[in-house]
Design a protein around this ligand. Sequence first.
Ligand SMILES: [Mg+2]
Length: 342
Amino acid sequence: MPEPHRTATGIITESPLVLVDAITTEGVTGHGIVFTYTATALRPTAELIENIAPLVEGKPLAPLQISDELAARFRLLGTQGLVGMALAGIDMALWDAQAKVHGVSLTRLLGGEAKPLQAYGAIGHDGWRESAIVAENWAKRGFRGVKAKIGYPTLREDLEVIRAIRAAVGEDVAIMVDYNQCLTPAEAIARITALDETGLTWVEEPTLAHDFEGHAAIARAVRTPIQCGENWWGPLDLRHAIHAGASDFVMPEVMKIGGVTGWRRAVAMAEAHGLRVSNHLWPEVSAQLLATTPLAHWLEYADWWNPILTHPLQIDGGFALPCTTAGSGIAWNEAAVSHFSA
Ligand SMILES: [Mg+2]
């Protein structure tokens, strides 16, 4: 990555990606992206996908059916972690191929129409001065929202960062903050209660992502909306979170939630519960999916993977414009892929 991205729980300096191609007998190639977070998981994930490939080869191009068959195949091992990531990468590639076979965007394949989506930009865990500069740059580019990593050693520093960002962007830009799971529920209640006056649009993952009861206790105790979802594995995690009352909004990630298939099933539940839906990373595919999501909220914009894409997601005046050509908006810049190949 051109610049490291700091969070309360670690620094991200590289984006280890496994690029998945699904090739149909008609010669259509579908693409999917798996982000392994750490390079140590890169090769095992790639090998897992290669090992799963024979289970898909020769089957009709039916992403829902293949998703269910593979989930059944891995039921005893479990479909979280690397297995879930591998299956999601295959699922994304199959849906991309399906859309291309029909000559339409993923949005249109799913019955929707491309529309502009309000987008926000990211601010790292870089202190109040740098946070304010980055926020101002996003606002100058027309973005209507910014999201800052907080979780500094003291509440005072968290407040300083939020106030500096507010001073930089004014009242009309939404500010979200992300604790990246670094607080206990009790700490989170104390901190967020103190942040309630700052007009935040949401506070993300204040405590451990799978502590649904903890998040529910926080959500009940504070006024600022709680946002979770990027670390939920599959629609079932989302169901458990909803039942617990863990989150006021949801932001599933197309990979961990189970690919396009998992996303569709998860957001159907979110819609039935009246929960606004945002995404985590995968801006190209997520824009296509959010365009078909009735309670679409914010698109999380990230340019981390732009170097390997021929057509990264377009932003105009702070709004993301989902790609309207056939497929899910993913095409490899082959020269860049060769250059960055691990
Ligand atoms: Mg987050």
